[in-house]
Design a protein around this ligand. Sequence first.
Ligand SMILES: Nc1nc2c(c(=O)[nH]1)N[C@H]1C(S)=C(S)[C@@H](COP(=O)(O)OP(=O)(O)OC[C@H]3O[C@@H](n4cnc5c(=O)[nH]c(N)nc54)[C@H](O)[C@@H]3O)O[C@H]1N2
Ligand SMILES: Nc1nc2c(c(=O)[nH]1)N[C@H]1C(S)=C(S)[C@@H](COP(=O)(O)OP(=O)(O)OC[C@H]3O[C@@H](n4cnc5c(=O)[nH]c(N)nc54)[C@H](O)[C@@H]3O)O[C@H]1N2
Ligand SMILES: [Mo]
Length: 767
Amino acid sequence: MKFKRKIKPYRAAAGGWGSLEATTRFVFDSKAALKNMRNLMRMNKARGFDCPGCAWGDDNKSTFSFCENGAKAVTWEATRRVVDTDFFAQHSVTKLYAQSDYFLEYQGRLTHPMRYNAETDHYEPVSWDDAFALIAQHIKAMDNPNQMELYTSGRASNEASWLYQLFGRLAGTNNFPDCSNMCHEASGAGLKRSIGVGKGTIRLDDFDHADAIFVFGQNPGTNHPRMLHSLRHAADHGAKIVTFNTLRERGLERFADPQKPLEVVTSKAGTISSAYYQPNLGGDMAAVRGMVKALLETHRARVAAGEKGLFDEAFINATTHGVEAYFDAVDNTDWMQIVQQSGLSEAQIREAAAIYQSSDRVIITWAMGITQHKHSVDTVREIVNLQLLFGQLGKKGAGLCPVRGHSNVQGNRTMGIDEKPSKAFLDALGSHFGFEPPREHGHNTVDALNAMLRDEIKVLIALGGNLAAAAPDSPRTEEALQRCGLTVHISTKLNRSHLVPGAESLILPTLGRTERDTQASGNQFITVEDSFSMVHASEGIGIPLAETQRSETAIVAGIAHAVLGDEKVKWLELAADYNLIRDHIAATIPGFADFNEKCDLPGGFYLGNAAADLRFNTPTQKAEFSSAALPESLFPADVAEVPFTLQTLRSHDQYNTTIYGLDDRYRGVYGQREVVFINPEDMQALGFTEGQLVDIETLWNDNISRRVSGFKLVPYNIPRGNLAAYYPETNPLVPLNSFGDISGTPTSKSVPVKLELSVSLPTQRIA
Ligand SMILES: Nc1nc2c(c(=O)[nH]1)N[C@H]1C(S)=C(S)[C@@H](COP(=O)(O)OP(=O)(O)OC[C@H]3O[C@@H](n4cnc5c(=O)[nH]c(N)nc54)[C@H](O)[C@@H]3O)O[C@H]1N2
Ligand SMILES: Nc1nc2c(c(=O)[nH]1)N[C@H]1C(S)=C(S)[C@@H](COP(=O)(O)OP(=O)(O)OC[C@H]3O[C@@H](n4cnc5c(=O)[nH]c(N)nc54)[C@H](O)[C@@H]3O)O[C@H]1N2
Ligand SMILES: [Mo]
């Protein structure tokens, strides 16, 4: 495939024509244009399918709410191209491994179960029964159930993931590594410690009532485009949008609503952010600490003058614990450290604090710019601290909003995809099915990969996702997968994980969310949960490409049946009628009583959030202030003299490891992905020039060389000392043992690196 390479700054607003044009191009390029248009029309509407793009909510008011990147996700899934048995007969695994991630997924949908033959180096067709029997044989040969890893990616439905965790626990393990371990784990861990529940506290319509919305470390223009409608709407009604982002992101500056034709025609793009701060990578905890320091100063001055203080003292006294220790921590943090670590001036931080102070109702949102650092749990808790001081919980238009990634990643956790399940959850499961679930905590993603490297793992089953490309330290991750006895991938499309097989390997082709799922009892729907704890039904309409594809739920049931038989659970009966699964969910998961009846509610039902009702499930039954000190450094003490910190992020034309195209329109990059964004002064100081190719090398303390070559220098509006480049190309740079405290999340947004001019051209994968 040929791509036109260019770097040309994008000057228009986000959304608008550019967005419409790109959407229609995707719809009409793919081989099923009409079907695609019909799919789009039904996306996110009552009894259509839920958009597989992201976990933003639906307001149920607009008649036709979709976004460019949701359209890409749908059309990408709805392709008529197939990766069938002929395809695998033609291409060896070694040959496919040399191809780019873009090439692999572009080949189309997997249609037939395939088994790897190491002798021929080809995948060969296998029957479903034989595939299940092979899995059962490997699992039954294990010495203990913890020699199995059950990975989940966040697209899996509530029904499939609930069944999957039941299978794992009946088999005896809590080894449930998932994509969340690499994503919002720090949000869950931080919120749980601070407010007793690991989810956001707001609902979608809170955006209509906020006076200010602070957006930290998030690029909604690309990753949550429907959020721009909420931000834009709020801005139009006078709310202040305050952005903290290391990069200047177009979508956070201006946005024209592509679904309001007049606005597009007249280019009446709305300004989104009223203030835009560009902290250093990992500098947000210091920035928020600085804001509190400024606010505390004003508060004390007022109180000293006999006036009413700034903070919500009634709220603090009645519902929180630990404010004094927190104030001590704030007093012990000096401005020099705050300024140096955040990279913002004291004046900028005071300005942000003043905006916060003048706003009654404040929402704070965040994503990967906050969660993929060493001190992410402390950073999330610092954000909560600020909100607690002003009583921003339990009131309309205010609260905490971690914006989730995968469209059902929040639902997966609710269903029990959790390597650290609560006692209450296990008790409920055990008593409902009459067994003693394993109590010992299992592996998260990094633990699982390390266990594989130690040859402790015999079987990996992956319910979706692309572990080989999504996890850090690619050579070690690939080796880890290859050390398993059996790797099983339940997938829609060909990806890198299939090409690093264990001693044996299976690819099991599954239906996507947009497709009709017919089982013995008739057409089925599934359910998902969005970032706002709304659970709703989703029913696919596309006709499946091949009769040999099966639903995720049916595949999980098939595996469980082959391994465990149907003594405790009638797996195949459950897969024949998902209502039966929902009845079990209702009996084992809080908040799901009358689940099947509630699925008929238009727009779904709200699971509730105790913290939003000011009930805190913490040891003190109060919201806990955290009084952590700022980190001394983002890196281990023996990693010194780090010239640059690199973040690895998403382009506009990708969905995690799925590369739709090679453009990153809002950042002005076309036809290429091997680029590195750099401050122009840094480039000059190194004596380098725009467009030169560089090697990026990680500075770490384990004598392992981690280097990628041939990355083009692109001068960009980014603070000095900070770099950005796309994932997954830069995953080889993230050390497997560099992860967040408590969260265990790979530190994908702060990798210590240096740059050198490339001396030889890289062996690039074939695009
Ligand atoms: N189209 C599309 N949609 C997606 C995805 C996709 O790949 N494509 N992925 C989905 C998933 S799984 C997820 S988790 C979300 C991810 O959504 P995002 O979190 O928006 O994803 P990233 O591309 O990683 O962008 C990180 C943003 O944070 C900024 N940033 C990085 N480090 C820092 C920091 O230390 N401080 C501050 N203040 N800013 C920082 C970056 O400049 C960038 O704007 O999107 C979901 N939606
Ligand atoms: N360096 C770096 N690494 C990162 C990140 C980063 O910002 N930087 N982000 C991290 C984050 S936030 C996340 S969430 C992870 C993502 O990690 P994963 O969730 O593992 O990866 P995806 O790329 O979303 O998975 C794509 C694959 O899922 C399969 N698939 C697609 N739809 C379906 C479906 O409906 N059912 C099934 N069964 N399979 C399906 C397809 O085969 C496709 O190849 O990556 C993490 N890795
Ligand atoms: Mo994610």
